[in-house]
Design a protein around this ligand. Structure first.
Ligand SMILES: CC(C)(COP(=O)(O)OP(=O)(O)OC[C@H]1O[C@@H](n2cnc3c(N)ncnc32)[C@H](O)[C@@H]1OP(=O)(O)O)[C@@H](O)C(=O)NCCC(=O)NCCS
Length: 191
């Protein structure tokens, strides 16, 4: 499957996990039209967000790859921003809109992203996460990432600098396919 040609992947969320949720979510590839929505989410989720200017540069980069889960109205629930170079991908940001958190969106998006990258020939995905960000570290660990390093005093300003934990995951074909298949239905056009 050509990653650049993927526009939309639809699936039904597991009703047992979110019984009140609407039925249909879609996976979209992020493009320039989504910059403003991502800038808004970044500002609402991060102390040091990607600014609108930084997002414009990032989205214009040939290395950029991004995905989002959107609801039936097209509103972004969860998103991931990455740089992909050769057979490696770096997660630059990942977030779920506050009202949509704790419904499994980030883990579903992350597992699907890993599967798509694996299909595109990416062998390894990695990221930095602030040591105190335990929800994010738990998310990544739950999606099969492991800690592979540490950057001392990487985030923030003195005297409250925080270490960055480097987490990574090898993209293994069989495992990816199983994780992607769990709890989602792929639309016919991209199956
Ligand atoms: C981290 C974040 C992306 C998780 O998004 P989410 O859609 O709520 O995550 P999910 O519902 O898919 O949860 C997946 C796992 O993450 C972990 N997790 C999520 N929220 C958590 C919380 N508040 N406390 C502890 N663990 C949490 C859990 O392990 C959870 O698995 P479980 O439901 O089986 O316990 C979201 O909290 C967020 O946007 N945070 C602010 C931005 C941020 O820190 N991004 C990460 C940058 S590296």
């Amino acid at each position: 499957m050509n990653l650049k040609k993927i526009r939309q992947r639809s699936f039904r969320r597991r009703k047992a996990d979110a019984p009140d949720a609407p039925d249909l979510m879609s996976l979209i590839a992020l493009a320039k039209a989504h910059e403003a929505a991502i800038a808004y989410l970044e500002a609402s989720l991060f102390e040091r967000p990607f600014t609108a200017d930084a997002l414009t540069s990032l989205f214009a980069s040939p290395a950029f790859t991004g995905y989002a889960l959107v609801d039936e109205a097209g509103d972004i629930m969860s998103y991931i921003l990455m740089n992909q170079v050769l057979d490696e991908a770096e997660i630059l940001s990942l977030g779920t809109a506050r009202a949509q958190q704790a419904k499994g969106h980030a883990s579903q998006l992350l597992n699907t992203t890993c599967a798509l990258l694996m299909e595109a020939g990416v062998c390894r995905i990695y990221l930095d996460v602030a040591e105190p960000n335990l929800p994010a570290r738990a998310l990544y660990a739950g999606c099969g990432f492991s800690e592979s390093g540490r950057r001392p005093r990487y985030y923030g300003a003195a005297p409250q600098r925080q270490d960055a934990i480097i987490m990574s995951k090898a993209l293994d074909g069989h495992k990816m396919i199983n994780e992607t298949a769990r709890g989602m239905r792929l639309s016919d056009e991209i199956r």
